[in-house]
Write a protein that binds this ligand. Structure first.
Ligand code: AMP
Length: 126
Protein backbone atom coordinates (compact mmCIF):
# COMPACT_ATOMS: atom_id res chain seq x y z
CA UNK A 1 0.00 0.00 0.00
CA UNK A 2 1.26 3.46 -0.88
CA UNK A 3 2.23 5.79 1.95
CA UNK A 4 1.37 9.44 2.60
CA UNK A 5 4.69 11.31 2.21
CA UNK A 6 3.35 14.33 4.13
CA UNK A 7 3.15 12.38 7.41
CA UNK A 8 5.84 12.56 10.10
CA UNK A 9 8.66 10.02 10.00
CA UNK A 10 7.68 6.60 11.41
CA UNK A 11 10.51 4.97 13.35
CA UNK A 12 8.81 1.59 12.95
CA UNK A 13 9.20 1.51 9.15
CA UNK A 14 11.09 -1.46 7.76
CA UNK A 15 14.10 0.52 6.54
CA UNK A 16 14.48 2.18 9.95
CA UNK A 17 14.59 -1.34 11.40
CA UNK A 18 17.23 -2.32 8.82
CA UNK A 19 19.31 0.73 9.75
CA UNK A 20 19.09 -0.26 13.42
CA UNK A 21 20.16 -3.82 12.57
CA UNK A 22 16.85 -5.30 13.72
CA UNK A 23 16.10 -6.85 10.31
CA UNK A 24 18.77 -8.54 8.17
CA UNK A 25 19.73 -7.21 4.76
CA UNK A 26 22.20 -8.00 2.00
CA UNK A 27 24.44 -4.96 2.35
CA UNK A 28 26.29 -3.74 -0.73
CA UNK A 29 27.82 -0.57 0.71
CA UNK A 30 27.68 1.56 3.83
CA UNK A 31 29.20 4.86 4.85
CA UNK A 32 28.44 7.78 7.16
CA UNK A 33 25.53 8.94 5.01
CA UNK A 34 23.97 5.93 3.32
CA UNK A 35 23.28 2.21 3.33
CA UNK A 36 22.88 0.23 0.10
CA UNK A 37 21.40 -3.27 0.02
CA UNK A 38 19.77 -5.70 -2.40
CA UNK A 39 16.03 -5.33 -2.90
CA UNK A 40 14.19 -8.33 -1.47
CA UNK A 41 11.95 -8.54 -4.56
CA UNK A 42 14.22 -7.63 -7.49
CA UNK A 43 12.60 -6.09 -10.56
CA UNK A 44 15.77 -6.36 -12.68
CA UNK A 45 18.82 -8.69 -12.66
CA UNK A 46 20.53 -6.11 -10.42
CA UNK A 47 18.25 -4.17 -8.08
CA UNK A 48 19.86 -2.25 -5.22
CA UNK A 49 18.23 0.19 -2.80
CA UNK A 50 20.19 3.12 -1.37
CA UNK A 51 18.81 4.85 1.71
CA UNK A 52 20.08 7.83 3.69
CA UNK A 53 21.03 7.25 7.33
CA UNK A 54 18.85 10.19 8.37
CA UNK A 55 15.13 10.07 9.18
CA UNK A 56 13.58 11.25 5.89
CA UNK A 57 10.19 10.07 4.66
CA UNK A 58 10.68 10.82 0.98
CA UNK A 59 12.71 12.66 -1.62
CA UNK A 60 10.53 15.70 -0.93
CA UNK A 61 11.29 15.59 2.81
CA UNK A 62 15.00 15.06 2.08
CA UNK A 63 15.17 17.92 -0.44
CA UNK A 64 13.55 20.32 2.03
CA UNK A 65 15.11 19.26 5.33
CA UNK A 66 18.43 17.47 4.82
CA UNK A 67 21.71 19.29 5.33
CA UNK A 68 24.06 20.05 2.44
CA UNK A 69 26.42 17.39 3.80
CA UNK A 70 23.65 14.77 3.96
CA UNK A 71 22.53 15.55 0.42
CA UNK A 72 26.05 15.47 -0.96
CA UNK A 73 26.89 12.30 0.96
CA UNK A 74 23.76 10.49 -0.20
CA UNK A 75 24.04 11.49 -3.86
CA UNK A 76 27.71 10.50 -3.92
CA UNK A 77 26.88 7.16 -2.26
CA UNK A 78 24.30 6.34 -4.96
CA UNK A 79 26.84 7.10 -7.68
CA UNK A 80 29.56 5.17 -5.88
CA UNK A 81 27.42 2.04 -5.53
CA UNK A 82 26.53 1.99 -9.22
CA UNK A 83 30.12 2.70 -10.30
CA UNK A 84 31.60 0.04 -8.03
CA UNK A 85 29.04 -2.48 -9.34
CA UNK A 86 30.32 -1.86 -12.89
CA UNK A 87 27.04 -0.33 -14.02
CA UNK A 88 28.32 2.89 -15.59
CA UNK A 89 29.50 1.51 -18.93
CA UNK A 90 26.45 -0.74 -19.61
CA UNK A 91 24.14 1.79 -18.00
CA UNK A 92 21.57 1.75 -15.22
CA UNK A 93 18.40 3.42 -14.02
CA UNK A 94 17.64 5.39 -10.85
CA UNK A 95 14.13 5.66 -9.44
CA UNK A 96 12.68 7.28 -6.34
CA UNK A 97 8.97 6.75 -5.76
CA UNK A 98 7.16 9.46 -3.83
CA UNK A 99 3.70 9.12 -2.32
CA UNK A 100 0.48 7.63 -3.63
CA UNK A 101 0.79 8.21 -7.37
CA UNK A 102 4.49 7.31 -7.23
CA UNK A 103 3.52 4.09 -5.40
CA UNK A 104 5.94 4.59 -2.53
CA UNK A 105 5.48 1.68 -0.11
CA UNK A 106 8.20 2.29 2.48
CA UNK A 107 8.17 5.69 4.26
CA UNK A 108 11.95 6.10 4.39
CA UNK A 109 13.59 7.72 1.34
CA UNK A 110 15.11 5.13 -0.97
CA UNK A 111 16.59 5.28 -4.44
CA UNK A 112 16.26 2.16 -6.56
CA UNK A 113 19.21 1.23 -8.81
CA UNK A 114 18.19 -1.09 -11.65
CA UNK A 115 20.73 -2.70 -14.00
CA UNK A 116 21.87 -5.92 -15.60
CA UNK A 117 19.90 -5.85 -18.85
CA UNK A 118 18.52 -3.33 -21.34
CA UNK A 119 15.73 -1.74 -19.29
CA UNK A 120 13.68 -0.26 -22.12
CA UNK A 121 12.36 3.27 -22.32
CA UNK A 122 10.62 3.09 -18.92
CA UNK A 123 10.19 0.69 -15.99
CA UNK A 124 6.68 0.71 -14.55
CA UNK A 125 4.64 -1.71 -12.48
CA UNK A 126 0.95 -1.93 -13.32
P1 AMP B 1 8.84 1.54 -3.10
O1 AMP B 1 7.61 1.02 -3.81
O2 AMP B 1 9.62 2.51 -3.93
O3 AMP B 1 8.51 2.08 -1.72
O4 AMP B 1 9.79 0.31 -2.94
C1 AMP B 1 9.98 -0.41 -1.76
C2 AMP B 1 10.96 -1.51 -2.08
O5 AMP B 1 11.43 -2.06 -0.86
C3 AMP B 1 10.34 -2.67 -2.89
O6 AMP B 1 11.06 -2.81 -4.09
C4 AMP B 1 10.50 -3.88 -1.95
O7 AMP B 1 10.79 -5.06 -2.65
C5 AMP B 1 11.66 -3.43 -1.07
N1 AMP B 1 11.72 -4.04 0.24
C6 AMP B 1 10.73 -4.14 1.16
N2 AMP B 1 11.17 -4.75 2.27
C7 AMP B 1 12.48 -5.04 2.05
C8 AMP B 1 13.49 -5.68 2.83
N3 AMP B 1 13.25 -6.14 4.06
N4 AMP B 1 14.72 -5.80 2.29
C9 AMP B 1 14.97 -5.35 1.04
N5 AMP B 1 14.07 -4.74 0.27
C10 AMP B 1 12.83 -4.59 0.76
Amino acid sequence: MAIDPTLAYDDDNIFAKILRGEIPNKTVYEDEWALAFHDINPQAPDHILVIPKGRYVSWDDFAVSASEAEIAGFVRAVGHVAREAGMVEPGYRLLANIGKDGHQEVPHLHVHIFAGKPLGPMLMRS
